[in-house]
Design a protein around this ligand. Structure first.
Ligand SMILES: *[C@@H]1O[C@H](CO)[C@@H](O)[C@H](O)[C@H]1NC(C)=O
Ligand SMILES: *[C@@H]1O[C@H](CO)[C@@H](O)[C@H](O)[C@H]1NC(C)=O
Ligand SMILES: *[C@@H]1O[C@H](CO)[C@@H](O)[C@H](O)[C@H]1NC(C)=O
Ligand SMILES: *[C@@H]1O[C@H](CO)[C@@H](O)[C@H](O)[C@H]1NC(C)=O
Ligand SMILES: *[C@@H]1O[C@H](CO)[C@@H](O)[C@H](O)[C@H]1NC(C)=O
Ligand SMILES: *[C@@H]1O[C@H](CO)[C@@H](O)[C@H](O)[C@H]1NC(C)=O
Ligand SMILES: *[C@@H]1O[C@H](CO)[C@@H](O)[C@H](O)[C@H]1NC(C)=O
Ligand SMILES: *[C@@H]1O[C@H](CO)[C@@H](O)[C@H](O)[C@H]1NC(C)=O
Ligand SMILES: *[C@@H]1O[C@H](CO)[C@@H](O)[C@H](O)[C@H]1NC(C)=O
Ligand SMILES: *[C@@H]1O[C@H](CO)[C@@H](O)[C@H](O)[C@H]1NC(C)=O
Ligand SMILES: *[C@@H]1O[C@H](CO)[C@@H](O)[C@H](O)[C@H]1NC(C)=O
Ligand SMILES: *[C@@H]1O[C@H](CO)[C@@H](O)[C@H](O)[C@H]1NC(C)=O
Length: 497
């Protein structure tokens, strides 16, 4: 220990570094005294005992609550459902009051405005400005508190269960060599395994907030044949899982449930970004993560659930018909413009792009040092020289008719209450942007990717994002986006960056 300390301190020379050349155009006055230098010399190669630091032996004061699932969920099966559904359709209330929610003017009590920066009301306690929900001393109750809450958290639980199985599944079906060929090491595999275990905690938390009718894990049918496709599917699945929660979390009746859910979805957001990095995508090419309605998240998720155990609690959300992007950009290509029609692994909307490309068309093994901007090997951040898509790109689409069986036991049915499709609705970041749809045939047509910006300098359409065909261009914002549902003809996922 002593020797090591001396060794390091002799290496830390006191030479000041030369002032760096200006790195950020337009940013002046950056300099302040900097004097540090990186140690030089041979890196460590022996790793014996450390210093013995002060410590005590300790164990948890209380026994932690059990998890609802073990790290892996034991014997499982995968593949499509081949039986006959015993029930069909979403859960319905005995009474449904109207066909859609009617718009109302702003809430008359939503008028607070503070122009002078002072407290406008008596404070209930020192350092405690008046207001907030759940701040008046009432005891928290961490349980769903309405049908809306119940159905939202149940949807979330369906999502956590598939993630637990999915992350383990890729590790189980692909060899260590398969992962290495995709640029993912043993440490990366350990990381994915850790993410699977995180899901056991999320599933337990959501089950506890639902109570005895919380659904169990189901059986799944996956769309990948390679490690890259597995990772691509993960980044898509966690994208709609995360955005599904952002869409409803602030509408929950139970603020307590919202609190705990936020603390789990923050983890899911990190998973999503990590899978993007493993695919050599830009980790977060947006300034804001978007939210989507529950029926959208359920539409994306349901096709991958093949069957659920008897008596599994069913969901009340809608399944929309699938919208396909014929020229969905393939992130495994260094030149995404060259993507061939339908270069995806199947017909479900979150299916990954086909990674089995000729070697001279793939970006997976391009040397990132020699060809910066052209590699899509795993990396902290990749800068694509050729973007996956761009504003003005012609986007070809096909879409399914409603009435198809989907989801667990094929027991849900796709539906729409919209009229003829006329618009393409792009949901990304804080924005909903419509472009006109040109119909070219039976259930096929095209549009052009919009150039709208959130704020100047932040193109709205980017990342793995959400696109719907609609019959109208209703003006909606993030907190009333679900009012789009009666207008949705079909729903897809678009790989924009
Ligand atoms: C809804 O209808 C079913 C069947 O008629 C009945 O069993 C159930 O109690 C009703 N539920 C409510 C909440 O009224
Ligand atoms: C405390 O706040 C909750 C809402 O967060 C409200 O429902 C409740 O009525 C309030 N209780 C009192 C005593 O004001
Ligand atoms: C789904 O199908 C399987 C196999 O036929 C059956 O065991 C199970 O009970 C079904 N689940 C539901 C919710 O009906
Ligand atoms: C499903 O529910 C029915 C009715 O409550 C019950 O008789 C049956 O035992 C349940 N099956 C399972 C597997 O829990
Ligand atoms: C991809 O297509 C667009 C539109 O035609 C074009 O502007 C762009 O240069 C193409 N990309 C490359 C790398 O050729
Ligand atoms: C990917 O494309 C190749 C070449 O066209 C094809 O042989 C392969 O079956 C495709 N993979 C999937 C999963 O569709
Ligand atoms: C990538 O190129 C650099 C520079 O030519 C070289 O040092 C490095 O070994 C190459 N990496 C691989 C994996 O071939
Ligand atoms: C990365 O992308 C940024 C923004 O598009 C660009 O300004 C920068 O030059 C790129 N850097 C490299 C190393 O490609
Ligand atoms: C999406 O973000 C990436 C990374 O900043 C950028 O290279 C790309 O051009 C963006 N796409 C669009 C459509 O702006
Ligand atoms: C995309 O749509 C355009 C316009 O209808 C058409 O010219 C083109 O052939 C279509 N491309 C594909 C791959 O379907
Ligand atoms: C995008 O969202 C921002 C923030 O809500 C808003 O100010 C802006 O007007 C929106 N842009 C478009 C084109 O809708
Ligand atoms: C959604 O909210 C915006 C305000 O953010 C409002 O202008 C718009 O009319 C609302 N849409 C509907 C259908 O209520």
């Amino acid at each position: 220990m002593l020797t090591r300390t001396i060794y390091v301190s002799t290496l830390l020379s006191t030479l000041a570094l030369a002032a760096p050349a200006p790195q950020v155009p337009g940013y002046t006055g950056a300099d302040f005294p900097l004097s540090a230098s990186e140690p030089t010399g041979e890196p460590a190669t022996t790793f014996g005992l450390d210093s013995q630091v002060p410590a005590i032996e300790t164990t948890p004061a209380t026994v932690a609550p059990p998890r609802r699932s073990s790290d892996v969920t034991g014997m499982t099966s995968h593949g499509p459902f081949s039986g006959t559904p015993t029930t069909t359709g979403a859960v319905m209330a005995n009474t449904t009051i109207a066909q859609m929610i009617a718009p109302l003017p702003p809430n008359p009590t939503a008028t607070y405005y503070n122009a002078n920066g002072m407290l406008q009301n008596p404070a209930p306690a020192p350092y405690t400005p008046k207001g907030g929900l759940g701040t008046n001393g009432t005891e928290p109750r961490y349980m769903v508190n309405s049908d809306f809450d119940y159905e939202s958290i149940t949807l979330g639980l369906y999502q956590e269960w598939i993630e637990l199985d999915l992350f383990n599944n890729g590790l189980a079906v692909f060899s260590d060599e398969d992962f290495l060929a995709a640029g993912l090491t043993a440490e990366d595999r350990a990381y994915i395994a850790f993410m699977a275990i995180q899901e056991t905690g999320h599933a337990t938390l959501l089950s506890n907030m639902l109570g005895e009718s919380a659904p169990p894990q189901c059986t799944y049918n996956y769309p990948y044949t390679t490690v890259r496709e597995f990772i691509d599917f993960n980044q898509k699945l966690t994208r709609f899982g995360e955005s599904g929660v952002w869409g409803f979390i602030n509408h929950l009746d139970s603020r307590e449930v919202g609190q705990l859910l936020a603390q789990s979805i923050a983890t899911e957001a990190r998973q999503q970004m990590s899978f993007r990095q493993m695919l050599g995508l830009h980790p977060m090419p947006v300034w804001f993560e978007t939210g989507i309605p529950q029926s959208w998240a359920w539409t994306y998720l349901a096709p991958y659930i093949s069957e659920c155990p008897e008596n599994t609690t069913r969901l009340a959300w809608q399944n929309f018909p699938a919208l396909h992007f014929v020229n969905q950009a393939n992130p495994n290509r260094f030149s995404p413009n060259d993507t061939q029609p339908n270069e995806v692994t199947g017909k479900r909307v979150a299916d990954p792009s086909n990674s089995t490309l000729p070697a001279d068309e793939s970006c997976v093994n391009v040397n990132a040092t020699e060809h910066p901007g052209y590699s899509c090997a795993p990396g902290i951040a990749r800068n694509r020289s050729e973007p996956l898509t761009f504003p003005g790109k012609l986007v070809n689409m096909t879409w399914e008719v409603p009435g198809l069986p989907i989801g667990p036991n094929n027991s849900y049915v796709t539906s729409t209450s919209a009229g003829e499709p006329a618009f393409v609705a792009w949901v990304s970041q804080l924005n909903l942007t419509y472009t006109p749809l040109t119909i070219t045939g039976q259930n096929e047509g095209y549009t052009y990717q919009p150039a709208a910006e959130v704020y100047q300098g932040d193109p709205a359409a980017n990342d793995t994002m959400f696109v719907a065909l609609t019959d109208a261009d209703v003006f909606l914002t993030p907190f009333n986006l679900s009012m789009i549902n009666p207008h949705v003809v079909a729903l897809g996922m678009y790989q924009a960056g």
